[in-house]
Design a binder for this molecule. Structure first.
Ligand SMILES: [Zn+2]
Length: 106
């Protein structure tokens, strides 16, 4: 009598799946291999952290991350987009701040 490799319950040969835990019991019932867990692009994380603390370089890292994600299929696409947009926003904020500082100094 076959035994489930996952929960050790006794299974029937005609079962394709263990009725107790859902583990496939025969080779032809093997479930499609789940996609390997995709890692998150590290530059996208760096970019979002920079964006969160007001760092304009987030837009540079965001752009590089987006390019890498398109090539590698890594996660973090939305993260990189947000970081890039925030990076541009911070660039404008810092530019306005700098200009107003310079003009007030006169
Ligand atoms: Zn089982």
């Amino acid at each position: 009598m076959p035994v489930c490799s996952s929960c050790s319950a006794t299974t029937q040969p005609e079962w394709k799946f263990c009725i107790y835990c859902g583990e496939p019991t025969s080779a032809d019932a093997a479930r499609p291999t789940p996609l390997a867990p995709r890692r998150t692009n590290p530059l996208a994380i760096l970019a979002i952290v920079l964006a969160a603390i007001g760092g304009a370089p987030a837009l540079i890292f965001g752009h590089v991350a987006l390019r890498q994600i398109k090539q590698t299929g890594e996660r973090g696409f939305v993260m990189a987009i947000i970081a890039t947009v925030l990076g541009y926003a911070w660039l404008v904020v810092w530019a306005v701040l700098l200009i107003s500082l310079l003009t007030n100094g006169r």
